[in-house]
Design a protein around this ligand. Structure first.
Ligand code: CP
Length: 309
């Protein structure tokens, strides 16, 4: 039995197979519509979510399975003090696989130690968000045609943004990737990513504060929101929240084929006028999130069709 707790839990080859499977699901949805009949996904969300929770639920329903779960800690027995370890022992009796989002870093890992079903980390605190990373990799590969030879700008709250941490870890395994880290000084990438991943790995990376200056070299621009829920005080959040706003004026500095991604939800960091720009990929990214979660559920339940193994 396997879990997905960290984007590095799958090898590059396994990720390639998973993305191939997701692309096949996109092309032939009917082929996959009954593969999870009789199976249940437990959707355990201790923290707010729209995309991750509903795309997991849509993914399981698209595969012919069903879904149980809760969408907030307050509507579960966590409100009465039940531990994650005890909860997962119960859930293992009710479901075949579970997706867990939790505000505490490492909570899905703790759950996996007591679980007899596959546990998928659907976001743990400011730490990792591996299924968003799979979504991002599928989107980049599908829309740019490659995962090697990319200069990617990661912009916004690089300190608390778990999607950025996971994506850097994952992209660091591909060839000729350049990272341009665009943030205010107070929201720089944590040292465990800068030193342990980027510096130790000898990666080409730079840290800058000016989005316009960084823009012309980028193949992909990954925008992120300032993570209000992780700030210790509201004053700091208010001071930082609009540090970057991508609008049509700034898009003039970008390559004609630069891809704009965002894990969403967006607040102000991408002006709605950019939505009509053909380079805006963030709503397509949402659709890829369903295909890749379908592929992940099939993989962890050992239900991948023979012709896709
Ligand atoms: N991208 C993402 O994790 O969105 P949600 O918080 O809505 O799940």
């Amino acid at each position: 039995m396997r879990h997905l707790l960290n984007p590095l839990d799958f090898s590059v080859e396994e990720i390639s197979n998973l993305l191939d499977l997701a692309n096949d699901i996109e092309r032939n949805p009917d082929k996959y519509s009954k593969l999870c009949e009789g199976k249940k996904l437990a959707s355990l969300f201790y923290e707010p979510s729209t995309r991750t929770r509903l795309s997991f639920e849509a993914a399981m329903i698209n595969l012919g399975g069903s879904v149980i779960g809760f969408s907030s800690a307050s509507s579960s027995s966590a409100a009465k003090g039940e531990s994650v370890s005890d909860t997962i022992r119960m859930i293992s009796c009710y479901a075949d696989i579970c997706a867990m989002r939790h505000p505490k870093e490492g909570a899905p890992m703790v759950a996996s130690l007591k679980s007899s079903i596959p546990v998928i980390n659907a976001g743990d605190g400011g730490h990792q968000h591996p299924t968003q990373t799979l979504t991002d990799l599928l989107t980049i590969r599908s829309l740019k045609g490659r995962l090697d030879n990319i200069t990617i700008g990661l912009c916004g709250d690089l300190k608390f943004g778990r999607t950025v941490h996971s994506l850097i870890n994952a992209l660091a395994r591909y060839k000729n990737i350049k990272f341009v880290l665009i943030s205010p000084a107070e929201l720089r990438i944590p040292s465990y990513i800068r030193e342990d991943v980027l510096e130790k790995g000898g990666f080409d990376f730079e840290e800058v504060t000016d989005l316009e200056v960084a823009m012309p070299q980028l193949d992909v621009l990954y925008m992120t929101r300032v993570q209000r829920e992780r700030f210790f005080n509201e004053e700091d959040y208010i001071r930082m929240k609009d540090c970057y706003i991508l609008d049509n004026e700034k898009m003039k500095f970008a390559k004609d084929d630069m891809l704009v991604l965002h894990p969403l939800p967006r607040v102000n960091e991408i002006s709605v006028e950019v939505d009509d720009d053909p380079r805006a990929g963030y709503f397509k990214q949402v659709q890829y999130g369903v295909y890749v979660r379908m592929a992940l559920i099939l993989t962890l339940l050992n239900l991948v069709p023979e012709d896709m193994k």
